[in-house]
Write a protein that binds this ligand. Structure first.
Ligand code: CP
Ligand code: NVA
Length: 308
């Protein structure tokens, strides 16, 4: 079964195939109204459940629109309104939902909810973000990078800030797509050793550099994310902000990267915190292309999962 649980758990050939198909499907829709279906209807007759245990704007809308454009039907479900949020086991939930739908996408907290869902579901399961990883986002980011600059292989990506779930999926992608990653942030917020090790083992150069200015030297891509993720306690906010302030991506920091370096952020962003508006709205920023490409990349991911 083709579950899309994480980038490092997916075969590189499949990952490249997904990116290529995402680009093709995007191209084929040029100038078409967003509510109009694609010419080919690969999801005709298919039902997709989109389960959210955390808030979402991009993931929710892009998956829902993507299913409809491909001729399928979708339902957006809130975890807390399901029995899942009131004591029914994940295994039973997975087995029940599999009797109704052809594909499940879930955004949850603990990664074990996702893996258990996949273990017991008899239909493919897609990771729509956990506390630990966010693979769909990084597939859209790779598509975005390549649309602007060509292959990401051998490029230098700099992650500035918290070594969080999105950073983890970038490390997985470094391993699978063959790029290098420099992490710059406080030691308390380093990415997990397991993920750093995985990328290094695959041959990627992974550097941990505490000085943000040194880190961005020679960067082809600079990436930031929120300093307080959805799974972080609000009481840690002040401490995190104090630790992370030196890692804000601003015009001065960007000027130390390569002149043609791109800036990415998965959004939602906190302007003037992890990144300034001048960078977000500046010429190097591709943040809204990333957001758009969630739609195209996820359509290709769903097709791969369903084999259609
Ligand atoms: N980037 C992203 O996953 O956004 P949402 O939380 O709005 O889905
Ligand atoms: N790191 C962020 C990403 C949001 C899309 C979070 O988990 O809240």
């Amino acid at each position: 079964m083709n579950h899309f649980l994480d980038i490092h758990k997916t075969d590189p050939a499949a990952l490249h195939g997904i990116i290529d198909q995402a680009k093709e499907m995007k191209q084929a829709r040029q100038g078409r109204p967003k509510g109009m279906t694609d010419d080919s209807q690969p999801l005709a007759g298919q039902m997709v459940a989109l389960i959210f245990e955390k808030p979402s704007t991009r993931t929710r809308i892009s998956f829902d629109v993507g299913v409809r454009q491909m001729g399928g039907q979708s339902m957006v479900l809130s975890g807390k309104d399901m029995q899942l949020g009131h004591g029914e086991t994940i295994a039973d939930t997975a087995r029940v939902i599999s009797r109704y739908v052809d594909l499940i996408m879930i955004r949850t907290f603990d990664e074990t909810v996702l893996t258990e869902m996949a273990e017991y579901a008899s239909v493919p399961v897609i990771n729509g973000l956990t506390d630990r990883t966010h693979p769909c986002q990084i597939m859209a980011d790779i598509q975005t990078y390549e649309e602007h600059r060509g292959s990401i292989k051998g490029k230098k990506v700099v992650w500035a800030g918290d070594g969080n779930n999105v950073c983890a999926s970038f490390l997985h992608a470094a391993a699978q797509f063959g790029f290098d990653l420099t992490f710059t942030g406080p030691a308390q917020l380093d990415p997990e050793d397991e993920f750093v090790g995985l990328a290094r083992k695959a041959g990627s150069k992974v550097v941990i550099e505490r000085d943000a200015y040194k880190a961005v030297e020679g960067a082809d891509l600079v990436v930031a994310d929120t300093w307080v993720s959805m799974h972080d306690s609000q009481s840690s906010k002040e401490r995190r902000h104090n630790m992370l302030r030196p890692y804000q991506v601003n015009e001065d920091l960007m000027s130390h990267a390569k002149p043609d370096a791109l800036f990415m952020h998965c959004l939602p962003a906190h302007r003037e915190e992890e990144v300034t508006s001048a960078v977000m709205d500046g010429p190097q920023s591709v943040i809204f292309d990333e957001a758009e490409n969630r739609l195209h990349a996820q359509k290709a991911i769903m097709r791969w999962c369903l084999g259609v």
